[in-house]
Design a binder for this molecule. Structure first.
Ligand code: NAP
Ligand code: ZN
Ligand code: ZN
Length: 350
């Protein structure tokens, strides 16, 4: 076993605090990774505070992980000690169901194993995430990190990047397509960068007038203040795809009205409380679709990382120490993130 230092929430109401635990001995195909940086996803906050009502305490969040291979199990062939690698939201799945066979492990029909708050398929132990000094993961769920990118700014790609890349690919974002991204947070700013790089016409919807300039700098062709009905009306019946990343309950109708016939809005934001049902006629009159999308499988995550390497895409980050995490959560709740907090795990080693 490997003594490991992390930060955990002990219950839904307490702040995160220092927590010592053990990582498992290496299995045949395991890789032990020294965690260098870990992004802070809004899902970490939802789960630390049990907003999805399924948290097992103590919980060590963190699923946007980059680090260096420190040790490999006897059967490992994909990675060598010293290599830079990434781990996202998944650390295992059944690997045999139809979804797994298609490389869609996030939809594993027997339940994927989350990087934290998951249940290990062998030992039954609860998994602990990347707010920690090291990680032990099966090589099949480890990603290769492009070497030309700044490592800390790569970490958020492992969740925010793939969660926006996957629906953009699924619904065909590209040249000639008008794509909306709702919310300029961690997911949203990656959605803007990726949709722009795919060649789509990108419109950012934000509630924060202070983010207009940033939206354009990040790759939006247009920025719309979503609270302004006049600005919204100008885009009626025009979108092929809208990716909605908002982390709070809100009215979906003003966005659905902007879809063209056969257009799709996909929800990726996963708020504590469901959105009210949108108007049915708003959907049926134009054969519009309301969809959802969950992160991405391992193969698509590698494809996304390679795409980012090729296009020089990383996250805009603000580096924090592990000890600053509770303040970062409060700022995230105020939409005051530019545009992803990333924890420097050296702050736990000292
Ligand atoms: P984030 O950084 O906090 O960004 C969320 C953004 O939503 C904010 O920056 C803000 O953008 C907007 N927003 C927040 N509250 C709002 C409100 N009341 N009304 C309208 N807009 C509001 O969060 P994130 O890390 O990007 O995560 C976003 C959501 O996606 C979370 O619920 C998270 O759990 C979920 N998620 C889902 C998946 C998946 O697989 N489906 C994966 C990862 C995360 P503006 O200031 O621009 O309005
Ligand atoms: Zn996430
Ligand atoms: Zn499966």
């Amino acid at each position: 076993m490997y003594p490991t230092y992390g930060y955990a929430a002990r219950d839904a109401a307490s702040p995160l605090a220092a927590f010592e635990f053990q990582r498992r001995d290496l299995r045949e195909l395991d890789v032990r990774i020294d965690v260098l940086f870990c992004g802070v996803c809004h899902s970490d906050l939802h789960q630390a505070r049990d907003e999805w009502r399924n948290t097992i305490y103590p919980v060590v969040p963190g699923h946007e992980i980059v680090g260096r291979v420190a040790e490999t199990g006897k059967g490992v062939t994909k990675y060598k000690v010293g290599e830079l690698v990434g781990v996202g939201c998944l650390v295992d799945s059944c690997r045999t169901c139809p979804s797994c066979a298609e490389g869609l492990e996030q939809y594993c029909e027997n339940g994927f194993v989350g990087t934290y708050n998951g249940t290990d398929r062998v030992s039954g132990d609860v998994t602990f995430g990347g707010y920690s000094t090291q990680l032990v993961v099966d090589e099949a769920f480890v990603l290769r990190v492009p070497e030309n990118l700044e490592l800390a700014a790569v970490a958020p790609l492992l969740c925010a990047g793939i969660t926006t890349y996957s629906p953009l690919r699924t619904w065909g974002a590209g040249p000639g397509k008008k794509v909306g991204i709702v919310g300029l947070g961690g997911l949203g700013h990656m959605g803007v960068k990726l949709a722009h790089a795919m060649g789509a016409h990108v419109v950012l919807f934000t509630t924060s007038p202070s983010k207009i300039e940033d939206g354009k700098r990040l790759g939006a062709d247009e920025v719309v203040i979503s609270k302004d009905p006049e600005q919204m009306k100008a885009h009626i019946n025009s979108f092929d795809l809208i990716v909605n990343t908002v982390a709070a309950q809100h009215d979906l109708n003003p966005f659905i009205e902007l879809l063209r016939r056969d257009g799709t809005m996909t929800l990726v934001g996963a708020p504590e409380h469901d959105h009210p049902s949108p108007q049915v006629f708003n959907l049926i009159m134009k054969r519009r679709r309301l969809a959802g999308s969950l992160i991405g499988g391992i193969a698509e995550t590698q494809e996304m990382l390679d795409f980012c390497g090729k296009h020089g895409i990383t996250s805009d980050i603000e580096m924090i120490k592990m000890q600053d995490i509770n303040n970062a959560y409060e700022r995230m709740l105020k939409s005051d993130v530019k545009y992803r907090f990333v924890i420097d795990l050296d702050s736990l080693r000292k």
